[in-house]
Each structure stands twice: as structure tokens, then as C-alpha cells.
Ligand binder design. Structure first.
Ligand code: SF4
Length: 104
């Protein structure tokens, strides 16, 4: 599985390989508000939009490319990384961190 942290504004945002493309992963627990102008009306409604999973969140771990724990002990990740999130762990075989100073 491929993983990547891209930079959007001032935040690092998680992307995961799904099929043959990389997709931004949305947080199932948080949303942002966005103003939406209703077409043909002079009215603006505020609607929730999904917030990307990323390093703004205190439950978003830092990628560790040195080793990952598994049921057999610790395995060395060669070009990959382990990333812990709020309710799961990812073991990416290929991982890129585009943040300045981020681990590769
Ligand atoms: S780590 Fe969990 S709670 Fe935090 S942004 Fe990602 S999905 Fe949401």
C-alpha cells in the first residue's frame, strides 16, 4: 500500500493509494463549515464539508520509517513507514512525506 503526506495550506494531509490513484483521506469525526451561495438566490447557507485527516489532529501520529511492530516482532521498513492514527495503524510499503523536514 502507498501512503503520502501532502501539504495543503499549513497542514499535512494524508493520502492513501486506492486502486490506481492516490486519494485524500477524510476524517470521519470532524468537519469544517463552508459558505455556499444558493444558485439563483441571494442566499448563503453554511454547510459542513469533510475535513482531511492530517497533522492538525492530535491523534495523527508521526510517520516512522525505521521499523514497525507486528505480530512477529519488529520489521524494518525499507522505503515505507508506519503511521498511527486515532483508531488504526498503517504500514505503508511506499511512503512519501512532502512536509519540510519530514521523514522519507
Ligand atoms: S487521526 Fe483520526 S481523528 Fe485525527 S484527523 Fe485522522 S481520522 Fe480524524
Amino acid at each position: 500500500m502507498k501512503g503520502k503526506i501532502i501539504v495543503l495550506g499549513s497542514e499535512g494531509v494524508l493520502m492513501v493509494g486506492r486502486g490506481n490513484q492516490m486519494r485524500v483521506q477524510s476524517c470521519p469525526f470532524q468537519s469544517m463549515q463552508r459558505d455556499y451561495k444558493v444558485p439563483n438566490y441571494n442566499d448563503i447557507v453554511r454547510e459542513p464539508v469533510a475535513r482531511p485527516c492530517g497533522d492538525w489532529c492530535p491523534l495523527f501520529g508521526e510517520p516512522d520509517s525505521t521499523k514497525s511492530p507486528d505480530m512477529y516482532g519488529e520489521v524494518k521498513l525499507d522505503g515505507g513507514a508506519h503511521l498511527s492514527l486515532c483508531q488504526t495503524h498503517y504500514y505503508f510499503e511506499h511512503f512519501t512525506d512532502e512536509r519540510v523536514g519530514g521523514e522519507k
